[in-house]
Design a protein around this ligand. Sequence first.
Ligand SMILES: Cc1cc2nc3c(=O)[nH]c(=O)nc-3n(C[C@H](O)[C@H](O)[C@H](O)COP(=O)(O)O)c2cc1C
Length: 423
Amino acid sequence: MHDMTAKKAALVAYEPHPNFAKWHRLFPTTAWMRRKAPRNVPRFAFEYGDTGAGNDVGIAHNWAAFDAIKITPRYGLVVTPPPVEVELFGRRYSAPIGIAPMGGPSLVWPGADILMAKAAQRARVPYTLSVAGGATIEEAAQNAPDVFWLQLYRFWRDDHKIGFDLVRRAQAVDAKVLALTLDVPVRTTRSRETYAGLAGEFHPTARMIYEMMVRPKWLWALLRHGYPRFATVSEYARARAGTNEVIRFARANMGGAFTWEEVKRYRDKWKGKMAVKGVLHPADAEKAVSLGIDGVWVSNHGGRQIEALTPSIDCLPAIVAAVGKKATVLLDSGVRSGQDVMRALALGADAAFAGKSFLWAVAALGDEGPAQLIDLYIDELRASLGQIGAHSPAEARMATIRHPGAIDFSVAKSAARPRRDKR
Ligand SMILES: Cc1cc2nc3c(=O)[nH]c(=O)nc-3n(C[C@H](O)[C@H](O)[C@H](O)COP(=O)(O)O)c2cc1C
């Protein structure tokens, strides 16, 4: 009974923000937000949030892969913009759209973590806090009680002492989903972040100080929301440790990819729904599901690891074919519009997530940015589904799709090669 009431509440909760029309006129798509963002925030902050690995070719591939997917509609049906509520991991959300975990978003816009959490709660869509984010698990959960998900990196030291303590804290605040990120086995270089002076510890140069001084809106946000920090991690470092000490602490305690054995250990500790993030190969998706994982989050980290990674959207159909009946399939990397969300749904995803575009939104519009972007995605998704004759997100799968980049793993070269699962 209680569950039914909660489900109904989620269904009626979504209303666009009162300022939606005003902002929509100024920023009709995310491209407008991205264009405006560097004019409001210090250059190093914009570069940190916007950069890809190497020369950004991975980002370009992600975008091109989405753009290449074409849908042929059918007409002759009565269609109005359809409702877009969905059920994910047994809970209702207003739309199959979520905020992907991001470390350090408060650098791009001070307070960004909590602004995103609040916006997601308001709209009833998933908000994922990164363990490297600028709010603690408890702060984020308090601001997004119905939609709070937590993402973890691998804190391996002392037999995962910190990792398992993070699981305990997530359990205590009733996080709805725990996601383990698999796709950062090594540290790589993001060139624009490096050039901007942010590739390691934070030592503001004269240039960076100048960049801050000429961005009064950002400085005002800094005054209101406070200095960016690695809030969750800093709780394990020395009391009152400065930012650089926390960075050094995190590097000494965290790193590498979770092994399948470790995934299983976290699965056994965590009592709720659990996903693995960063999967691109259907065999990895199958392995995760065989260990009791409920969700497979198809992602190439938004092109931020190396440029050569396959666009996640091109891996999606094979992963849906492999595990779609047994697990929830989520997708991110390259989503920039409601049309992209529709493309992901049409190819079998249960929901799509976005990272960078939320940083463009908060940098371009300030505190209202995240709420505005959620509304924009929902508005565009409803229009896109209506246009192809779908009466619901699930009906997008019935569309006629041309997807030239889709990977056929049965003929892909590596299929014949043995792979070591243990080391
Ligand atoms: C600034 C930034 C920080 C990120 N930090 C994390 C992180 O801490 N953990 C994680 O799993 N993914 C992280 N990601 C990747 C996102 O969760 C997501 O996979 C990616 O941004 C999606 O692609 P998109 O940016 O094209 O939407 C980060 C992305 C960005 C842009």
